[in-house]
Design a protein. Structure first.
Length: 337
């Protein structure tokens, strides 16, 4: 039989156990929440690191591709340095060997712009027509002492033949790049353009890269001599979607990628969009980088998409939370028992 002294003692022990159980429960829950938040931060840090790595790799891949294409133009300019004058057939054979469709995706063609004095225009047109370009004309006609028509452009597709005779120097965007290439003796890139051979249905952003060619093959030391000795330019025409879709698809298929000309975010400066998302949507990560090539700055903007976030999701934070809460409850019940 229980004495009067044992009843308060047992009540006291039950109270003590209840207090201890709840204290352990609270501590366990707080520890669980702390571990849960830590696991979330670790997952976010790892996901952000993956995002940054893909963004940096994308920038590097674009820069490397531009450098490779610049080297193709350097080789094309070297052809003039060796031969002096290059015939249409020689140019066609050279571009065929380069095999741009296989090795250089995004290049619409490799061509040659020749500087023509206004007094030599009639002879120039007659010479080109004798080579089989029967409807060749230099356009648009201006009033300057020199014209800069696209004389060669290979591969000789229907699209590229439309560009023959086009005076690139008549376009202010082309002219800025051509003058810089001439005066600095370096390859230069134009701003955003629509190729003259582009169809309305395929009206996509493009750019050209110009590489100066001087008479005699050597680069004059003085700017005035460079202007006087300029023979023409070799150039490549690029369509941005064709140039970048393969790179973006390989390196960062689940990122929303935008490239803006002149490092300016504006609709009319948009050179490329991956179309995987909208810049107005919510996103978890964003990164902006500048690509400088040929005297031109591009702003490369990458943002995560819901698909990227989903693939980067990790089940460990909810597992930590669920298991921690379960352990907290079990500890509490054990102490109460």
């Amino acid at each position: 039989m229980m004495t009067n002294k044992e009843v308060p003692l047992r009540t006291l022990l039950k109270f003590h156990n209840a207090w201890l159980a709840w204290a352990i429960f609270v501590v366990a829950v707080l520890t669980t929440i702390a571990l849960w938040q830590l696991s979330i931060r670790l997952v976010e840090d790892r996901t952000e690191a993956r995002f940054r790595t893909q963004s940096l790799q994308l920038k590097t891949a674009i820069e490397e591709r531009l450098i490779n294409y610049e080297q193709v133009l350097a080789g094309s300019a070297g052809l003039f340095s060796v031969a002096g004058e290059v015939s249409r057939e020689q140019w066609r054979e050279y571009v065929d060997k380069v095999d741009i469709n296989r090795y250089y995706p995004g290049i619409e063609g490799i061509g040659y712009v020749k500087r023509i004095g206004v007094r030599d225009m009639a002879d120039h047109i007659a010479s080109v027509r004798r080579e089989g370009v029967y409807h060749y004309l230099v356009k648009p006609l201006g009033t300057g002492p020199f014209y800069y028509p696209m004389v060669y452009l290979e591969p000789s597709t229907d699209r590229n033949r439309k560009a023959l005779g086009y005076d690139a120097f008549s376009d202010p965007i082309h002219r800025v790049a051509m003058e810089r290439a001439r005066d600095q003796a370096i390859p230069t890139v134009t701003g955003k353009v629509v190729l003259v051979q582009e169809t309305v249905a395929e009206d996509q952003a493009s750019f050209l890269m110009y590489y100066p060619v001087y008479q005699g093959g050597d680069i004059p030391e003085i700017r005035a001599e460079r202007r006087m000795m300029l023979q023409g330019y070799v150039f490549s025409a690029f369509r941005m979607n064709s140039l970048l879709d393969g790179i973006v698809g390989l390196i960062s298929p689940f990122l929303d990628v935008r490239i803006y000309d002149d490092a300016t975010i504006a609709r009319d400066r948009l050179m490329y969009g991956s179309n995987l998302g909208s810049l107005d949507n919510e996103f978890s990560f964003e990164m902006s980088q500048t690509i400088t090539h040929g005297g031109r700055d591009w702003l490369l903007q990458t943002r995560s998409t819901p698909a990227f976030d989903y693939l980067a999701s990790d089940p460990r934070p909810p597992i930590v939370l669920g298991s921690g809460l379960a352990i907290s409850v079990l500890l509490c019940l054990f102490v109460l028992a």
